[in-house]
Design a protein around this ligand. Sequence first.
Ligand SMILES: C[S@@+](CC[C@H](N)C(=O)[O-])C[C@H]1O[C@@H](n2cnc3c(N)ncnc32)[C@H](O)[C@@H]1O
Length: 333
Amino acid sequence: MIRDSAGNGVNLNARLNAHGQESVPAFPPTSNANGQTIDIRRALKEGMAKLREASVPSHTLAAELLLMHALGRDRTWLYTHPEEVLEPAGSEKYFALIARRAAGEPTQYLTGKQEFWGLEFEVTPAVLIPRPETEHVMEVALARLGPRGLKIHMDTGLPRERLRVADVGTGSGCLAISLAYELPHAEVFATDISAPALEVARRNAARHAVADRIHILQTDLLEALRPESHSFDLIVSNPPYVGRNESAELQREVRDHEPDAALFAGPTGAEIYARLIEEAGELLRPGGMLVLELGHNSAEHVRAILAEQNCWTNVSFTDDLAGIPRVAAADHI
Ligand SMILES: C[S@@+](CC[C@H](N)C(=O)[O-])C[C@H]1O[C@@H](n2cnc3c(N)ncnc32)[C@H](O)[C@@H]1O
């Protein structure tokens, strides 16, 4: 998700917020913050103060994550070693990261990772940082698949036929890879127009041991798959859906750091849906399903496209946790 119901840029750290912000225990300082000898407690405190000053959302958690990343330690270690003195190299690395975060770079690009659907994904500035809202696409897709999502027929115990799945605009590969992970009998086609994004998706597929079932394709929407008409069981997409004319309202982290091709669809943001839905209609087999993430104001536009195209049934819209229609789904007739 890029925007919220109020039309404001979404807080990139919404997921971090949901985990709660822990405060740092007020131990007395044991080392000099101006010199090289600084301890964990002091490093956290100073990092948090710098981020708070720069109005960074979730500054407490951001400072923790950056210190964990700089030192290669987990949170438990940080809080059980408050008086451990940082090596100069660790301290330098940490405060360099704090400075970059204060200047607007998203925490996830600095640490190089983001969790999605319980899996850790590599993220670089070539890909959109996976959002919690996109997990609704997973939920709707898996719920709609029902027993078709199981590897075997429950009545006979026989293996199910292979599912053919496509993820359009895969970015980091979070949807394609999570679907391959959940559906061991699926063959997944992950498309993107961006070659650097697909490199990240390729590494993520290898990291989660599903590379042998994921075909990575650089193409415009579903163009490269057109010869395989009416052969897909499921097509998902979280397409770009922000309007160029809304760019000023985005958070600086999003506008200045996430890839333009991942954010903007055209002047209004709704431009990609008609073509995407039409191409998906050509590729899905009868009974195949389309599941799309929606921009904050895309639902009525997408509803009208699905109605016009006359080949869709069982249309549904699912709200996100903020009550915004976030996912559209339909079965191909
Ligand atoms: C909003 S991002 C979604 C990334 C990822 N699926 C996720 O949910 O985090 C949209 C992705 O679509 C890609 N994209 C934009 N236009 C495209 C097009 N015409 N054809 C294929 N991919 C496109 C972008 O490069 C970007 O990776």
